[in-house]
Ligand binder design. Structure first.
Ligand code: CDP
Length: 218
């Protein structure tokens, strides 16, 4: 694929909570030999750190104070991006904790938090090809990439998927905050391919994404 030999290939996958974008992004990354990066894990990790420090996610001044003194380290393990915050690597369970689910959208709405994490995301992708998924990857983080996807699913399907995972999550509330915030709200980029995964299997979605990337890179 020609862009592989030039600047690193960047695939942006956005969408609302539990739309299936993580699973799709992971498989697309494996198929293309790129690193899978879940940018939501970075917002979740910092939220966990805020809670760990006894700070209320709604207390913006205190969150900003902590942000200043916090270091982020982005790495890679088995083809997946990793994040350590304040020197601590969190497990998937910690990142999916209900307190994190309840606080993450408040933290992610703070412009200074976004600036810091977006800078980390761009730095990370400057030296390697990535499939990065999130809310603002095609619209704000990498607006120049030609490979943008927006994975959607009906609210009922998304709620059911999260319930099936046995996770307590405030999906509707997070979607409301994520879509209505001033700083980089969840939007469908004009040039994104939109895929509704409500009635599709993961492999069908992955197939459509790969076909589109391959045809536009020819
Ligand atoms: O897995 P799920 O889609 O439920 O969420 P996630 O990707 O882990 O993201 C958790 C939260 O982080 C979202 O609800 C957003 O508030 C925030 N987020 C964001 O603001 N921007 C991103 N690029 C990724 C996540």
């Amino acid at each position: 694929m020609k862009s592989m030999s030039q600047s690193p290939l960047i695939v942006a996958i956005d969408g609302p909570a539990a739309s299936g974008k993580s699973t799709v992004a992971r498989k697309v990354a494996a198929a293309l030999g790129l690193v899978f990066v879940n940018s939501g894990a970075m917002y979740r990790a910092f939220t966990w750190w805020v809670l760990e420090n006894g700070i209320d996610p709604g207390d913006t001044a205190a969150v900003l104070g902590l942000l200043k003194s916090t270091g982020f380290e982005c790495g890679e393990e088995d083809g997946t991006g990793t994040i350590a915050v304040g020197g601590v690597r969190m497990t998937r369970n910690e990142l999916a904790a209900s307190a994190v689910n309840a606080g993450v959208s408040l933290i992610a709405a703070i412009p200074e938090v976004r600036e810091r994490l977006v800078a980390e995301q761009r730095r990370y992708a400057s030296s390697r090809g990535v499939v990065m998924e999130g809310r603002d990857i095609g619209s704000v983080v990498f607006p120049d990439t030609t490979h943008k996807f927006y994975i959607d699913a009906s609210p009922e399907v998304r709620e059911a998927r999260r319930r099936a995972e046995g996770i307590v999550d405030s999906i509707a509330q997070r979607d409301r905050i994520d879509s209505s915030r001033k700083a980089s709200p969840l939007v469908i980029p004009d040039d994104a391919m939109v895929i509704d995964s409500s009635e599709l299997g993961i492999d069908e979605v992955v197939g459509s994404v790969l076909e589109r990337i391959r045809s536009s890179a020819e």
